[in-house]
Design a protein around this ligand. Structure first.
Ligand code: IFM
Length: 804
């Protein structure tokens, strides 16, 4: 079943059926002012912090309520509806609507009873408040009088937990007052007499507002109960039913902002107003509202600015292939998803409630990879930041606080860090993600100078980027298990695998092998031949150990437990086949050609499903070892044999590296949101963004996906597609063009900005092969193999690749 379609031209997803199987949401704003809105206007907002700056309330895991509601009431017959289908929920036979999620704005159009409304929700670029811009048009042939009411439900405390659970406190600190064009909410209002800069028990007055511009407020309410009425829901607030709000603020209880205005519209006439909300003091709120006196002019301009901003960002890599699903994901939605993940980490979604107070090391270093080809400068900033969160022993801080202060942080070796973050130990893999990420940034930009940039460590001291990477190698060298392979420590990529100091992770061993391969290139550039030889030797030793201890008949195992037991053996009753060690054996360059063919074929046979390959099989149930924490999850879910979508990205890359374009693309399609648009009722999540996992075949809900938007899947699949399927593989001195595509693709095009030049790449595949290069021409000149050295690039570079 489909609920909407992709509008390629406007880069919007258009929801035409509002009764979606889950709230389908969009991100508005920036870390200064974050706002999330669903297709039925549900959602919340916060200033700076989802945990401590909460402004609009949302009840998670419920009915997608409350939200940014605008009610329209026909004063002739007292009938009313909402500008979004919910909360009033009129009969869809009479109520026609469409929601367009775009890049950082959402529009909702509704037609009911001869009235067309369109509300546009957005956070203006660089501003820290939100705008709900409403236009209303009279499509009937008689004059109409409408009462329009905007409703914003404030939290009673900026701290999410205090608002939700500490009601004996948070209900008695809030007051709302009316200021002519707005409701102003004061938290800790009674502290208004204390001196500026002083606090009482760490508390000060703070202020939010919900205002109206472009029309006069006729009545208002500042208390939720007064607006809704006892035993009334958001679908039939008393204030809307009656047509007049109570003109009363709240003192204790639950605050809100509700504002009504009356619009009289002649046949064919349209009017525009704007509701504005934010965390601002009185005077600033008044000033902001004054700026929106003429909403029609201001809002249009601001939305255009947002569109330009985001469309420019994603314009740096655009493709035209025979697959519409692939194009829409790579050109728009996966790209936008990568930016949102890059910006929001795992902080705030409809699954993450906003309480996370920091960045996960591996998550963030992985997220960076998804935007390198689009915004390398943004990536560089974050890489610096993440290197500054590496401890001087080479390990990554498992959690990098949002207040991170490089050079002054405590570490998992300090009780204080453990107490504050709840992260008791280092993870085996965190710092190893730096290798592909730093490499990709330098290769994309040719910014070789970055290798020598000095960056602080998290706790003390400084080092160049090169030394930071060497120190990450030292960390793994200092944490080896019984066979001499990297120990699993508190976790590796898989949060549910606790292999400890003595157990070993095959996945990390492969990452380590790959890291050494990458660092050899840095050492060569630095002419650090002693270190290069050291890496050469150590990598060879590690490769031999992995082959000796981790190869089991026809597959790579997952590792060893603390007691030396193998995990992932062919004969094991559960979890005898794991996905990641197979794909990573290929990505790392460790697997021989024969092994590559054998393990990838086995993955397809044993793990693949119509929604992607499952993480391992069979799920843990009765035979989990002590560190196999995945057993806590229902079979077929999350790490317990779910289809972990991030791993699908590595599988796409591995298949592309072996030159099997058919398989690489098959794996892309199986889990691609856009490819499931026509059966969205099964996937349930938005068809335009990735989720963390899809329930595997061991689940009765096979195919249902979860944990939308903020997931490492976004960047990993992006890399799998750009580097793998499309074959864009830059190195320090140029770029390899090495696509792996389905045989049926006769030709395709890529437009890529690269090192200040614009590459127009045309790939022809008349012989219908899956990979390989017969000839590569750059500005008409034949290259050697499939490589374009930097010096061949011109401002407008034409690239023609003939695959066969
Ligand atoms: O790798 C982790 C990630 O850091 C958080 N979500 C789950 C992944 C797999 O366990």
């Amino acid at each position: 079943m489909r609920y909407g379609y992709f509008d390629e031209e406007n880069k919007e997803y258009v929801i035409t059926r509002p009764d979606t199987p889950a709230p389908w949401v969009n991100y508005l704003g920036s870390p200064e002012y974050g706002a999330i809105v669903s297709n039925n206007a549900g959602g919340y907002s916060f200033a700076k912090s989802g945990a401590n700056g909460r402004i609009l309330r949302y009840v998670f895991n419920q009915f997608d309520q409350p939200g940014r509601y605008i009610y329209l009431r026909d004063n002739e017959n007292a009938d009313y509806w909402s500008a979004s289908w919910q909360p009033v929920g009129k009969d869809l036979k009479e109520y026609k609507c469409e929601c367009r999620h775009g890049t950082a704005y959402t529009k909702m159009k509704a037609q009911y009873s001869g009235i067309t409304s369109e509300v546009r929700y957005y956070v203006p670029l660089g501003r820290s408040y939100e705008v709900w811009n409403l236009s209303v048009k009279n499509d009937s042939d008689r004059e109409r009088e409408l009462t329009i009411t905007g409703y914003a439900e404030f939290t009673n405390h900026s701290n999410y937990e205090q608002d939700q659970v500490n009601l004996q406190y948070s209900q008695f600190i809030t007051r709302t007052v009316f200021r002519g064009d707005r409701v102003q909410q004061l938290i800790h209002a009674n502290l208004d007499q204390i001196e500026e800069g002083k606090e009482v028990d760490h508390k000060i007055v703070s202020s939010r507002f919900f205002g109206l511009a472009g029309a006069e407020v006729k009545s208002w309410s500042g208390e939720k109960e007064g607006f809704l009425g006892r035993y009334h829901g958001y679908d039939r607030p008393t204030g809307v039913e009656s047509g007049v709000l109570e003109n009363k603020g709240n003192y204790n209880g639950n605050g809100c902002g509700a504002l009504s205005t009356v619009l009289t519209l002649q046949p064919g006439e349209a009017k525009e107003i704007a509701f504005v909300a934010g965390m601002k003091k009185d005077a600033e709120a008044a000033k902001i509202l004054a700026d929106y006196k003429d909403p029609a002019a201001v809002c249009e301009k601001e939305i255009k600015e947002l569109i330009c901003h985001w469309h420019e960002k994603i314009s740096h890599f655009q493709i035209k292939t025979p697959s519409q699903e692939f194009d829409t994901m790579i050109n728009t939605w996966n790209a936008y998803n990568c930016f949102m993940t890059f910006i929001w980490s795992r902080a705030a979604s409809f699954t993450y409630c906003g309480l996370r107070n920091g960045y996960g090391y591996r998550d963030t270093v992985q997220d960076i990879q998804g935007v390198i080809h689009l915004a390398p400068e943004m990536a560089k900033e974050k890489i610096r930041f993440m290197l500054s969160a590496q401890v001087d022993n080479g390990g990554g801080l498992p959690l990098v606080k949002f207040t991170h202060n490089p050079g002054h942080e405590d570490t998992p070796d300090d009780v204080s860090y453990v107490q504050e973050t709840g992260h008791p130990e280092y993870r085996a893999d965190d710092a190893l993600w730096l290798f592909p990420t730093v490499y990709k940034y330098i290769a994309e930009t040719g910014d070789l100078k970055f290798i020598d940039e000095v960056i602080p460590y998290a706790n003390k001291g400084t080092a160049t980027v090169y030394e930071h990477l060497k120190q990450a190698i030292t960390f793994s060298m200092n944490h080896l298990g019984k066979h001499g392979m990297p120990a699993g420590l508190y976790a590796d990529w898989n949060d549910c695998l606790r292999l400890g100091k003595d157990g070993e992770s095959a996945f990390v061993a492969m990452q380590f092998y790959y890291a050494m391969r990458i660092l050899k290139e840095f050492a060569q550039y630095k002419e650090d031949s002693v270190y290069q030889s050291y890496l050469e030797e150590k990598q060879k030793e590690l490769g031999a150990l992995i082959q000796k201890y981790c190869w089991n008949e026809d597959r790579f195992i997952r590792g060893y437990t603390e007691t030396g037991e193998m995990i992932g053996r062919r004969s094991d009753p559960e979890a005898n086949m794991w996905l990641n060690p197979q794909s990573w054996a290929v990505i790392s360059g460790l697997a021989s050609k024969d092994q590559t063919n054998q393990i990838l074929d086995l993955v397809y046979e044993r793990l693949n499903t119509e929604y992607g390959a499952i993480l391992m099989d069979p799920p843990y149930h009765a035979h989990a070892f002590d560190g196999a924490l995945a057993v806590i999850y229902n079979a077929g879910s999350k790490e317990n044999a779910g289809i972990f979508s991030q791993s699908q990205g590595w599988l796409i890359l591995a298949e592309a590296l072996r030159g099997n374009g058919e398989k690489a693309f098959t794996y892309f399609m199986e889990n691609a949101p856009a490819a499931q648009n026509d059966r969205a009722e099964i996937r349930k999540l938005e068809p335009y963004c990735y989720g963390q996992f899809t329930e595997g075949k061991a689940s009765p809900n096979f195919g249902e996906s979860h944990v939308h938007w903020l997931t490492g899947t976004a960047s990993t699949v992006m890399v799998g597609c750009v580097e793998g399927i499309l074959g864009m593989r830059p190195d320090f001195y140029g770029i390899h063009v090495s696509p792996s595509v389905p045989k049926s693709w006769e030709s395709f095009e890529i437009e890529k900005d690269f090192r200040g030049c614009h590459l127009q790449i045309k790939v022809s595949n008349p012989g219908h092969v899956q990979s390989g290069c017969r000839e590569l021409l750059v500005n008409g000149k034949k290259m050697e193999g499939n490589y374009i050295p930097q010096q061949e690039l011109t401002a407008q570079t034409t690239v023609e690749l003939f695959m066969s």
